[in-house]
Design a protein around this ligand. Structure first.
Ligand code: PMP
Length: 393
């Protein structure tokens, strides 16, 4: 059988996290493992009316093939969203994708030849590693600190080897919850210009800022059209519709459009109409404020429970937004080895090693706070605290 597979398929392995997510379906399991938004944030009632409107107004078009670029009305809406995010652009610079995840795969298709080097934060988004790996790049991991990717380390790499693009998640990063400061965003563009490298800015969480306004995107400092900006409606409306976008200079976007045709020709027309009509019918600032207050409460509950129950030698990030919190255990403690104990007591988390493309730091873990209730958060963190205290004895 193996002889039928491509080399890429032979090397493709099911991710531990996807396997783990199956366990989280067990009744009673408190899961900090996935990256799921809270269903309480989904506008189910509102969408009933929107669906009827879409069928009444656009029924035939919603059921027909569309253009690869996506609905002009939705791209116009995204142009306005981008303006609010301090990026002035035109709809010719916007391509609708089947979630940001498709945007990531397309980055591989458009830019990566086997062996090309791409720089990324260490740790980085697990499913970006999975999306890009089949194109066989070499990942160059760049350390992070509380202010995001370490640009001094990045510059050393840029001086010594040719990097194709820098992949970064600057806002409330998945998995670490950290954000890149404004100074670093500006400086990263300067580095990209100096060393002739592209930046892929993956920003699904920027609007989920709980403590202060989100920082302006790296794209807003782009002076030479080097930043490919990816975003999505998954966290601010719902992920099930699978609608995301890429905002990039036309010289790059034209290739994304051609290569997307081999994947799905175009993004789901019905979903695009649903999102566009939802935005025109409802006050989105209010809707997003509701999601933010829901998640802020959960984030605060998790931080409070950690302060109460985790041993003091365990370090945790204090994310100002997004959906994740990052935990660093003392050196030598393997978070994966502790997972069976947690699962036995019906608590799931993701061991941090999955988020490193080359050199895993085994003493780390990612905790998701958006998908559990406040009481589950208190209960689950208490159990984890007991497991960690025992391991650190
Ligand atoms: N990038 C990052 C950093 C993410 O966390 C996610 C969602 N987990 C995505 C991209 C993909 O989002 P989408 O649902 O739009 O495909």
């Amino acid at each position: 059988m193996v002889e039928f597979f491509s080399k890429v398929a032979v090397e493709a392995k099911a991710s531990d996290v996807r396997e783990l997510l199956k366990l989280t379906k067990i009744p009673g399991m408190i899961s900090f493992a996935g990256g799921l938004p809270s269903p309480d944030a989904f506008p189910v009632e509102e969408m009933k009316g929107v669906a009827v409107d879409v069928i009444d107004k656009h029924g035939y078009k919603a059921m027909q093939y569309g253009t690869t670029e996506g609905l002009a009305e939705l791209r116009t809406l995204i142009k306005d969203i981008m303006a609010k995010r301090h990026v002035n652009t035109d709809i010719s610079n916007i391509l609708i994708t089947t979630g940001s995840q498709q945007g990531l795969d397309l980055c591989g298709k458009v830019f990566i030849n086997k062996g090309d080097k791409i720089a990324c934060e260490s740790p980085t988004y697990l499913a970006a590693i999975s999306a890009l790996k089949p194109y066989q790049p070499q990942f160059v991991e760049i350390d992070m600190d509380e202010e995001g990717m370490r640009l001094d380390h990045l510059e050393k790499q840029l001086q010594s080897e040719k990097i194709k693009f820098i992949y970064t998640i600057p806002d409330f990063q998945n998995p670490s919850g950290r954000s890149m400061t404004i100074e670093r965003r500006r400086a990263m563009v300067d580095l990209a210009n100096k060393y002739d490298v592209l930046i892929v800015e993956d920003s699904p969480y920027s609007e989920l800022a709980y403590d202060q306004e989100a920082y302006a995107p790296i794209k807003s400092f782009d002076t030479e059209g080097r930043v490919i900006y990816l975003s999505t409606f998954s966290k601010i409306v719902c992920p099930g519709f699978r609608v995301g976008w890429i905002c990039a200079d036309e010289k790059y976007l034209s290739k994304y459009i051609i290569l997307k045709q081999g994947l799905d020709l175009h993004t789901n027309q019905f979903s695009q109409y649903m999102i566009e009509n939802y935005y025109s019918k409802y006050n989105m600032d209010q809707q997003i404020d509701q999601i933010k207050s829901l998640y802020r409460t959960k984030r605060d509950a998790m931080i409070e429970a950690i302060e109460l129950h985790f041993p003091k030698s365990v370090k945790t990030s204090k994310p100002a937004g997004g959906m994740f919190l990052w935990v660093e255990l003392p050196e030598g403690i393997d978070s994966k080895a502790l997972l069976p104990k947690a699962l036995e007591q019906k608590v799931a988390y993701v061991s941090g090693e999955a988020f490193y493309p080359n050199i895993p730091k085994k003493n780390t873990m990612r905790l998701n706070f958006s998908n559990s209730t406040v009481s589950e958060i208190h209960k689950g963190i208490k159990i984890l605290g007991e497991i960690l205290s025992e391991a650190l004895l």
